[in-house]
Write a protein that binds this ligand. Sequence first.
Ligand SMILES: Nc1ncnc2c1ncn2[C@@H]1O[C@H](COP(=O)(O)OP(=O)(O)OP(=O)(O)O)[C@@H](O)[C@H]1O
Ligand SMILES: [Mg+2]
Length: 469
Amino acid sequence: MRASLSLRGRVARWLLPPLLILLAINAVLSWLGARQAVNRAYDRSLTASIRAIAEQVHSLEGEITVDVPYSAFEVFEAGVQERIFYAVFAPDGRLVTGYEDLLAPRAPAEDGTLLLAEMPYRGEEVRIGAMKKRLYDPALAGGDAVTIVFAETTESRIALARELFFDSLRRQLLLVGLGALMLALALGSAFRPLVELRDAVQRRAEDDLTPVPTGNVPSEVQPLIGAINHHMERLSAMLAARRRFLADAAHQIRTPLAVLSTQAEFGARQGDPGEMRRIFESLLTTIRSTRRMADQMLSLSRAEPANGLIQEQAPVDLTAIAREVALELVPVALKKHIELAFEETGAAPMTGNAAMLRELVANLVDNAIRYSPPDTQVVVATGTADGHVVLAVSDEGPGIPLAERDKVFQRFYRILGQGGPDGSGLGLAIVREIALAHGGEVRLADAPGGRGLQVEVEFPRRADEVAQA
Ligand SMILES: Nc1ncnc2c1ncn2[C@@H]1O[C@H](COP(=O)(O)OP(=O)(O)OP(=O)(O)O)[C@@H](O)[C@H]1O
Ligand SMILES: [Mg+2]
């Protein structure tokens, strides 16, 4: 089984990875932004330094003079000691003053605009600025523009950018942390009603099946509680039915036992062997009917879905089952001078539990024989009709009045003054239980001849057989 993830875990799994990716993207952007802002500020002082030098470059009759002002070396931020380099080159490329190897990465434009770049110089990263300045001295060789190059190391720029970057990163982490904390708190408060509900359910008595109160539960969870409550309602109805059945069953068993002991006591007092034999015979009758009742109770219990036996279903042919049962009961029918006929219109394929279906047919045929007068006919018929498998058992007996047709399905219900004393009133309840477990239904109708009862049971036909038909 897959371990189920907690809701907190799920939220974390959905939120954290994208949040971390966003955080990483934001960090890169913050770093670039900080570098840009720092460069903009520092470049202003770099530009001022170059222009200050440029102002002090003059040429007179081919002789270039530079008077580098002290102000050119004032760096943007005191604090850090940046190293500063400069060079002035004559139009023909000759060094006028400064560092000879300090060359701009490419030639600056003639119009005096400043070229700014970053590059390594003497093993260090420097920010370099370069510009040309025209001196309007016709005596100069190779044009009249000198090139001024100025560079400073970038340590303090990077230090400041780093400071700005970590500041903003700290703020972001703080925000994300606060957000996560608030989310955890919100989830905690959202789950509190569920935790309370769990405690309430755990505190319940074992047999308490009253509905769980839904008052404080979030609306998303209410349908779940509703479904559980509905299930509990059915459970408690089922338990109540069980309790009733147990009470009824105990009562039903007590009656024949009382009769048995009376008969036995009475028999024990008899001296006449003939009288004793007669009492033994009635004892046997009572024992037989008590046994029948015990058997019927067992059948009913086996047919109940809760016992799981009925779930063992396989492809079966109802026609074959009904034929077998009818054949077995022919001797019983003959004893009562009843003709038992079997009619079929071919196989009746369905999915079912063969033993239970046999039980169902046997109960119906048993009723038909038991409640019919001698010299009548009982017909067992099977067939198929539009997607259904049908079983019909009809007789020429007294039938069941309309008003009683619902009641006869109740457990232990018998119509007074009908049939012998040896019925338990469970037969039709068993029939209905088995039919329901097979997705079928039972109907009581007048028999076709106008006299007697016809019981019809309809089952869904086997799916693959329907497809072929
Ligand atoms: N074919 C029938 N014709 C007339 N009445 C019937 C018929 N089948 C059932 N009944 C009536 O319905 C009642 C209930 O039938 P059910 O089969 O449930 O119980 P039972 O036959 O009395 O007992 P058992 O559990 O032994 O079958 C019977 O007592 C009988 O009065
Ligand atoms: Mg019966």
